[in-house]
Each structure stands twice: as structure tokens, then as C-alpha cells.
Design a protein around this ligand. Structure first.
Ligand SMILES: C[S@@+](CC[C@H](N)C(=O)[O-])C[C@H]1O[C@@H](n2cnc3c(N)ncnc32)[C@H](O)[C@@H]1O
Ligand code: SF4
Length: 459
């Protein structure tokens, strides 16, 4: 039986985080504008019949200053004039969709991510959301959520959002230790975070999430303990406790600190384990991978009711299709088709100005992709998946059980085979290796092992 450090050493290899399958580097061919619109229309018709409606994601790339660990698509600027033009451009993009989609659009989810959506002024946020809502109908159950940076989020932002039906807010915290904050160029105090949290609660926000990162430079067991203690004092409803994704070949700003300041793989895992123990003893439950929630939060109920879903925004409490992505670099998803917008602001704007949907890459899933996508999603959300020759089956699955043997031997996974029905269940001890287990199902990665490193390490 291998010890925990031996397992972490063995399985700490580059691997996808599976916010999609196929993962973005394996996307083959973008849909044409007509194909994309037709799949949205189909998915929308289905979801309207089910009374659910569509989900819309807006990407707001602007940030006031650069956090050097950041892996997001951002535009660092203090010149606010770009933001107001950008809001107009997104509204035009939505109008393009409205022009091409014949039916009324029923909306059930809006999510603003970034960058920093609260970089927009309250007035700009109001213009953006009312611009979208004026040409759509709200579903009977809807959820609006936003990612906010406590350093730039004011009372007026929260009041505007509350008046626009927002009930969920996610605050970027990362770490409270001054040394860590200093080296990653992101300084914010507990008092500042408390003030935004209290204001949001008073205004009726029902779910407050904090983003934390483990594996940042200069983090120690002591500093993580203090950060988690501060978090428990503030008691958000949900916590995303992300492993720092170190990808300096994609994000050169991550070279602004030295790799010698990063915790080793063993230390990283110890940071996570300590965080998990402290959060669990404060009443939080671990959900999927890297997420925690109080029992009163919908993420927890979704995880016990089998409704948990995972997409480009991370874990969410239900699956809504289609997902229409608006704004630079946003990704849309109709389950069998992905489409991503231009990643460069200038190119994105130019497309909208010429009345073209700004799709620059995407993927049309074949039958194998769709089946494997479901299995990977099952593992990432329910920690279990199963198939037989007539159900959820594609030939690639024949090659999966031999790839799972090492996980069974390492006591990370249980596999049951009964009359050609295969059932896999990730054990609690296997949770840290979820990405590795999913890689056995990833036909595209196995067929074409990348020549250069594309993904961050799994542990
Ligand atoms: C768009 S930001 C959140 C909103 C706002 N920009 C902020 O930072 O407060 C999304 C989250 O991604 C996470 N993140 C960014 N870069 C990361 C990286 N390299 N590895 C792991 N998580 C990362 C951070 O936790 C961050 O809060
Ligand atoms: S972590 Fe948030 S605020 Fe910092 S650069 Fe990234 S998106 Fe901007």
C-alpha cells in the first residue's frame, strides 16, 4: 500500500480540470454561425418546453490591477472609458442573437464573470442587465450571480445588483496573509471583505461564495490556518478552494515570483488537507473537487440530489442548456456544440461592429465525445459512473477498465463488473486524484498525448 506522499508523487502529472469534454486544446472545428444558431434554437426550444430556459454568461475582462497568479482572460486598465463602450458592444451582441433566434428567449440564469464585473460602474451594470432583460422573459425560477472583487465593490454596486434580482455573489479572496498578498500583488484586509459581505447579506443576497487559492507562493500551514480561520469567522455559504494553476508559458505574469517560493507538491496537498479539515470542522461539506458548502446552500442540496453540474464557471447547482456566452473570450455550450468568442478585445469588437457573431473556435461533439463527456461529468459531480453495452456505451469504454487498475490497486477507486455492466465509484481517498481518474476516460488525450505541456499539474 502506497503512502499518501508516494501517491501524490505518482499522480502529480499535467492534466485537464475537465470544465468541458473534449477539453479546449482538443477542439477540432468551430461551428459556422448558422450551425451555432441552429443548435441554440434547438436547445432553447427543448428547455422552454421543460420550463427552464437559457443561461447567459457575460465576460467582463477589465481589472484595476494585475494579481500575478491570475490565469483568467483579463485587460488591466485604469481607463474606464473602455468599459462603457464594451457594455454597448455586449448589448449589440445580444441583439444579434435576438435577431437570428426566432422564438422568445426565456432566461433562467445570468452569470457575470471576468476579469472583474464590479469594475463596471453601477450605472453600467444597470444598463447592461436591463439591456438584456428588456428583450427576454424571465423563467419562474431564475438565478443571477456575479463575481466581485472586494477591493472595488461599493455599496451602490450591491444595491444596483440587488435591484436587478441578483441573489448570488462570489468574492475573490485568495489568501489573507500579508506576505502572500504582497508577493502576488493583491492586498485586501479582512475588514474590507467583512464590509462587502455584510452589505451583501443586508441587501438580501442568499448565497455568498469566497474564492480561495492554495499553492500560492510563500503559503505555509500556519498562513493557510489563519486564512481559513478568518474565512470561518466571516462564514460564506460556499467556498471554492482552488489549487493554484501554474501555467507561466500561457501567463507570463506568473514569472513575477520565483518558482522557489511555490510550495512543493507534498506541501500543496498538505495545505489543501489542512484547509479541508478546518472547513469541515466548521460545518462545511466538500463538494466535487475543490468546493465546499454549508448544508443550507443550494450547492450542497444539488450534490445530494444528484443535480450538481460542472461547466466553464465551475460547479453549479443545476444543468441549464443552452449556455450563451457574451463578451470577449466567452464560451457557449449547447451540450453537443461548444463555441468560444474571440479572445482579443479588438477582434471581438470588430466582429460585432460588422454584425458577425464573434466565434473564433469551438467543437461539434461526435457520439463518442457526448458519451465520454457524460461519464467525466458524472465522475466530477457524483464521483460515480456506469455503463453497459446498450447504455452510455462507446467502444473507447472497452479500453477504460485496464487503465483504472492502478487506481483500484492504490485503493482510490472501486470498480464492479456484473454481466457486462461496469460501475466505477471514486473512494473518499480517491477525491484528490479525480482529474487523474477522468483522464482514463479522455479518449482524445490518450490518442494524442500533447508534445508540450498544456495543462497545470493535477495535485
Ligand atoms: C475572475 S476572478 C474573481 C473575481 C475578481 N476578479 C477577483 O479576483 O476578485 C476568478 C477566480 O479565479 C481564481 N484564479 C485566478 N487565477 C487562478 C490560478 N492561476 N489558479 C487557480 N485559481 C485562479 C481566483 O480564485 C479568482 O478569484
Ligand atoms: S484575480 Fe481577479 S482581480 Fe486579479 S487579475 Fe485575475 S481577474 Fe483580475
Amino acid at each position: 500500500m502506497k503512502s499518501a506522499p508516494e501517491l501524490f508523487k505518482k499522480y502529480n502529472i499535467p492534466g485537464p480540470r475537465y470544465t468541458s469534454y473534449p477539453t479546449v486544446p482538443y477542439w477540432e472545428k468551430a461551428p459556422t454561425e448558422a450551425q451555432w444558431l441552429s443548435s441554440i434554437q434547438k436547445s432553447l426550444t427543448q428547455s422552454m418546453q421543460d420550463g427552464i430556459g437559457a443561461s447567459v454568461y457575460f465576460h467582463i475582462p477589465f481589472c484595476q490591477s494585475l494579481c500575478t497568479y491570475c490565469g483568467c482572460n483579463t485587460r488591466i486598465t485604469r481607463n474606464h472609458s473602455h468599459a462603457s463602450t464594451y457594455v454597448d458592444t455586449i448589448i449589440k451582441e445580444w441583439e444579434l442573437y435576438r435577431k437570428h433566434i426566432s422564438s422568445e428567449i426565456l432566461l433562467s440564469e445570468l452569470h457575470l464573470g471576468g476579469g472583474t464585473p464590479t469594475y463596471l460602474t453601477p450605472k453600467e451594470l444597470n444598463k447592461l442587465i436591463t439591456g438584456i432583460l428588456s428583450k427576454s422573459r424571465l423563467a419562474s425560477f431564475y438565478e443571477f450571480s456575479i463575481e466581485a472583487d472586494p477591493r472595488v465593490t461599493r455599496q451602490e454596486h450591491l444595491e444596483t445588483l440587488a435591484s436587478l434580482y441578483f441573489k448570488r455573489i462570489s468574492l475573490g479572496i485568495q489568501d489573507f496573509d500579508p506576505k502572500v498578498q504582497n508577493i502576488v500583488h493583491r492586498t485586501q484586509s479582512e475588514a474590507q471583505v467583512r464590509s462587502v459581505t455584510d452589505m451583501a447579506r443586508e441587501l438580501g443576497f442568499e448565497s455568498i461564495n469566497y474564492d480561495l487559492i492554495y499553492g500560492l507562493p510563500l503559503q505555509t500551514l500556519k498562513s493557510i490556518e489563519q486564512t481559513i480561520q478568518a474565512v470561518c469567522r466571516l462564514r460564506p455559504d460556499r467556498i471554492a478552494f482552488y489549487g493554484y494553476a501554474h501555467v507561466p508559458w500561457i501567463k507570463p505574469s506568473q514569472r513575477r515570483f520565483t518558482e522557489a517560493d511555490l510550495p512543493s507538491a507534498d506541501e500543496r496537498r498538505a495545505l489543501y488537507e489542512l484547509g479541508r479539515t478546518l472547513l469541515e470542522s466548521a460545518g462545511y461539506y466538500e463538494i466535487g473537487m475543490d468546493h465546499f458548502a454549508l448544508k443550507t446552500d443550494s450547492l450542497w442540496s444539488a450534490s445530494v440530489n444528484g443535480k450538481l453540474h460542472r461547466n466553464f464557471m465551475g460547479y453549479i447547482s443545476r444543468q441549464v442548456s443552452p449556455l450563451i456566452g457574451l463578451g470577449v473570450s466567452s464560451i457557449g455550450d449547447c451540450w453537443s456544440v461548444f463555441a468560444q468568442n474571440e479572445k482579443q478585445l479588438e477582434k471581438y469588437t470588430q466582429c460585432i461592429e460588422t454584425e458577425k457573431l464573434p466565434i473564433f473556435r469551438g467543437h461539434m461533439l461526435n457520439d463518442e465525445d457526448t458519451i465520454l463527456r457524460q461519464h467525466i461529468l458524472n465522475l466530477m459531480t457524483r464521483l460515480t459512473t456506469e455503463w453497459d453495452l446498450s447504455e452510455n456505451y462507446t467502444a473507447w469504454l472497452d479500453s477504460v477498465p485496464p487503465k483504472l487498475t492502478e487506481f483500484i490497486e492504490d485503493a482510490l477507486l472501486e470498480v464492479e463488473v456484473q454481466q457486462r455492466r461496469v460501475r466505477c465509484k471514486i473512494r473518499e481517498s480517491g477525491r484528490p486524484f479525480m482529474r487523474n481518474i477522468c483522464m482514463a476516460f479522455d479518449a482524445r488525450l490518450n490518442r494524442q498525448v500533447p508534445e508540450t505541456q498544456l495543462f497545470s499539474k493535477t495535485i
